[in-house]
Design a protein around this ligand. Structure first.
Ligand code: TTP
Length: 398
């Protein structure tokens, strides 16, 4: 069986993380999402076709053993699948998967072993953010309703489908949606009750917004086993489950509370405090008197002295001046709001710090308020209190 991974989106909601990488290359425990997909898919699939955005060709060219096709015409998930049509002619059945999901093998197992057209579904506590599925008593699709105010059920579309070549005749019949895209779900609605709804309640996340990345890392960290391949100096306290990769040095006086992940060749301490659900990438420096909590810190970032990083995403190559502090809780303890595509949305988190794009540099004594996004390559001048989003490459002067 073949699989088509739809990976040609812009990933605007995930900015500034996507200022320097396509969404499918966002790392979870240091592995880009798309490589996880391929690893899981290879157990079931003999040919993987990835639909990509022409601007991202150089990233995807590095993946071996897959076919790449560019989405050149139209916007939306149905337009993306159409780009792969030439690889699917005459195929009995094939899988279609969104490229920004975190899921496990069981999800594929269930759908591959269902006969005919199928859609993967799962229960959700807040279905309003998703495509909500209505099914009949025989688990056949009645319809998918996109982001409804009053959800007709708590079952959502998990973005993994099994189709036959017939899907293209339904795509022929759909028109542009209200958001100006050709939506695959409109074509699925036209197929109707031939589509079986397969429910899966294992690990599943849609990584669309920056804080989803913190959650995705948490979920996978929970599944890791303890391992220590690094050098631990005397007088270091390690509690709970900690993954320490090759070449890591944990310097004296450091206190680590797992679960924590520390990538290859990173140097932690002396006297650093690393709290649960911190995921620190490779070649990172977390120097003296820093506290890191429930944050994702990507490769080559430098946090050398006297910083607090809480509930934040710090992208690759960021350099924090001494005393750079992220605030992660509002005084009124309301959920932290973030600007996403010109809209102010609640993150659903009472604690959320900063989202700092790649290669950002901060001067000494910089404070960053909750939910603030700093674009890649921006410079934040010493003493600044950053209380608004900062553009890519902007020089932010207090
Ligand atoms: P979305 O998350 O809806 O879109 P996006 O990736 O463009 O993100 P954003 O809204 O933040 O800009 O897309 C769902 C999946 O479908 C995702 O894996 C990307 C893929 N996709 C395409 O391949 N082509 C497209 O034209 C669109 C819109 C999405």
């Amino acid at each position: 069986m073949k699989a088509v991974v739809l990976a040609a989106g812009k990933g605007e909601r995930l900015e500034p993380i996507t200022h320097t990488r396509p969404k499918p290359f966002v790392p979870v425990l240091e592995t880009p999402l798309i490589l996880r997909h391929i690893r899981i898919l290879k157990k079931y699939i003999n040919k993987i076709i990835i639909v990509i955005n022409s601007n991202h060709k150089d990233y995807f060219k590095t993946i071996e053993g897959v076919s790449l096709v560019e989405q050149t015409e139209g916007k939306g998930t149905a337009a993306a699948l159409r780009a792969a049509e030439k690889y699917l002619e005459g195929d009995e059945e094939f899988l279609v998967i969104y490229g920004d999901l975190l899921f496990e093998e069981d999800a594929l197992d269930k759908i591959v072993n269902t006969e005919g057209e199928a859609i993967l579904a799962r229960e959700s506590e807040d279905p309003r953010k998703f495509g909500v599925i209505v099914k009949d008593s025989e688990n056949r699709l009645v319809r998918i309703v996109e982001k409804p105010e009053n959800p007709p059920s708590n079952i959502i579309n998990a973005g993994i489908y099994k189709f036959t070549y017939d899907i293209f005749s339904y795509i022929d019949k759909i028109s542009l949606s209200s958001r100006g895209e050709f939506e695959l779900t409109d074509a699925v609605n036209l197929i109707g009750n031939k589509v079986k709804v397969v429910t899966y309640n294992g690990i599943w996340l849609d990584i669309g917004r920056p804080w989803d990345l913190i959650e995705a890392n948490k979920v996978l960290l929970d599944k890791e086993k303890d391992r220590n391949l690094g050098v631990i100096e005397e007088n270091v306290k390690i509690k709970g489950k900690v993954v320490i990769e090759d070449g890591v040095i944990i310097k004296s006086g450091t206190y680590i509370e797992g679960p924590v992940y520390i990538g290859k060749n990173s140097v932690i301490g002396p006297n650093a405090y690393i709290r649960p659900y911190s995921v620190i990438g490779s070649n990172v420096k977390v120097g003296a008197f820093n506290e890191i909590k429930e944050s994702v810190i990507m490769e080559n970032a430098k946090i050398p002295h006297l910083s607090y990083v809480g509930d934040s995403v710090i992208c690759e190559g960021v350099n924090f001046g001494a005393g750079t502090i992220t605030a992660n809780l509002r005084f009124d303890e309301e959920e932290v709001k973030v600007n996403i595509k010109n809209e102010r949305v609640s993150s659903g988190r009472k604690k959320l710090g900063a989202i700092v794009g790649a290669h950002v540099r901060t001067g000494i004594n910089v404070s960053i308020l909750p939910g603030v996004k700093i674009g890649a390559y921006a410079w934040i001048y010493p003493g600044a209190v950053v209380d608004r989003d900062v553009e890519k490459g902007e020089k932010y002067v207090p």
